[in-house]
Design a protein around this ligand. Structure first.
Ligand code: AMP
Length: 419
């Protein structure tokens, strides 16, 4: 596999899969958070600085049919030009032959939303999965997907994948296209490189004590990552809504808290497996309860397994915060996914903020390597303005989870050859 650092793009056209699926302000149509655009800049700038030309391709949103203006990448041109100067735009990603051919060194061409073609995802549209015709339609579309990818590939000499957020999808632009480039003409961009390095460090080369902090709403979403991490970590800290499935599984009273009744056995299984593997599991000691799911709810604090009837736990409380802070402070590697409570409501954000602070402190004062991933924990770290105080903040929610689960990601495998 070749490395972007070692590659010289002089005189080459590079087609770069970026993730420009950025949030837009519903009223003004302006980009409300340009993190993903900024994330792609190092790769684009390297191509240009070397004397190459860059063709940028991305999806935006989930268009159901053909071009839908609200998903047009045209809207984000100003947000890109802010960093890169004037760029060109191809109104149809599948008919950009001329624009690509005429592109000169130093120039940048942005293609319109790839998902305006069903071929990008390879998923038939407007036909139900249960429809007997679905499988045939899918087969047909898969063949068309290859052609679509081949056509995109024909625009350029080199393929760079820098969209980690979609690396877990086998789409035309994220994986299939790589087949149309030789080994020495395809590579990861800087962003994917950093993501993969950070995750490999945690998965394969973690300094101990290694602590995983798992929060968020449901156990069912996190089960595979927890199972994979049980083979690696010393400490497993649990928080958020999933807490209560574990507490109920052990016979505790959880009032009206979130609980996945059909996952109680699974919760017990995880606890048993952790014990067998010598992993210390930390469950909350106390909870901050609400009388309704509301930002202005009345609150009380109880032992976690004595949540009063009719009340729901929406955050961890002080005793738990103190314990979790201590465990995090003594860790040398930390991975954090999912908030400790309903941090979107200020009243229930304290536990998540405290964990964010503790993770930042471990990084700064204990030299810990700390990796934050998953949409909501990233939002929490940003809300606390601590993104530059931790080792790495992953941009790829679903992709990050799947990588940490130990799965092979098609977008990574297409370049690195993972099997
Ligand atoms: P996830 O996407 O699985 O990481 O879950 C994040 C969501 O979990 C956030 O929107 C939180 O508001 C929610 N959450 C966290 N703690 C709780 C809780 N105790 N009860 C209900 N929802 C929660």
């Amino acid at each position: 596999m070749i490395k972007i650092d070692d590659f010289n793009f002089k005189g080459k056209k590079a087609i770069i899969r970026v993730d420009f699926n950025v949030p837009l302000n519903k009223e003004t149509g302006e980009v409300s958070d340009d993190t993903r655009i900024r994330g792609a800049l190092p790769t684009i700038k390297k191509v240009i600085a070397d004397g190459g030309a860059a063709i940028l391709m991305s999806h935006m949103g989930k268009p159901k049919n053909n071009p839908e203006p609200k998903y047009s990448l045209k809207q984000i041109i100003p947000a890109i030009e802010k960093y890169l100067g004037k760029i060109q735009f191809a109104e149809d990603c599948n008919k950009a032959d001329e624009a690509a051919k005429n592109l000169k060194a130093g120039e940048i061409l942005l293609l319109e939303n790839l998902r305006f073609y069903a071929e990008e995802e390879g998923k038939p549209r407007g036909i139900e999965k249960t429809d007997p015709a679905f499988e045939d339609a899918k087969k047909e579309l898969k063949a068309a997907q290859k052609e679509f990818a081949k056509h995109l590939a024909s625009y350029a000499d080199v393929y760079v994948n820098d969209a980690f957020g979609t690396a877990h999808r086998k789409h035309a632009s994220t994986a299939v296209i790589a087949d149309f480039f030789a080994e020495d003409s395809k590579m990861f961009g800087f962003l994917i490189n950093k993501e993969v390095e950070a995750m490999d460090k945690v998965l394969n080369d973690a300094e101990k004590p290694f602590t995983a902090i798992m929060g968020g709403a449901k156990v069912s979403d996190k089960i595979n990552i927890i199972k994979n991490l049980l083979n690696r970590v010393d400490n497993l800290i649990i928080g958020g809504g999933m807490t209560y499935t574990f507490i109920k599984a052990q016979g505790g009273k959880i009032g009206a808290s979130l609980c996945e009744e059909d996952k109680l056995d699974l919760a017990r299984e995880i606890l048993a497996e952790a014990k067998a593997k010598g992993v210390n599991v930390y469950l909350p000691l106390d909870g901050l309860n609400a009388d309704k799911f509301d930002k202005d709810a009345n609150t009380n604090v109880s032992k976690i397994d004595e949540t009063p009837d009719g009340w729901m736990g929406l955050d961890i409380a002080d005793q738990t915060i103190a314990e979790y802070t201590k465990v995090i402070a003594s860790s040398k590697t930390v991975i954090w996914n999912g908030p400790m409570g309903v941090f979107e409501f200020d009243k229930f954000a304290k536990g998540t903020s405290a964990v964010a602070q503790a993770v930042a402190k471990a990084t700064q004062e204990n030299g810990a390597f700390t990796l934050i991933g998953g949409g909501d924990s990233v939002a929490a770290i940003n809300k606390n303005k601590l993104a530059d105080k931790v080792s790495y903040v992953s941009t790829g929610g679903g992709a990050m989870l799947e990588y940490m689960e130990g799965k092979i990601l098609p977008g990574i495998a297409a370049i690195r050859g993972d099997k």
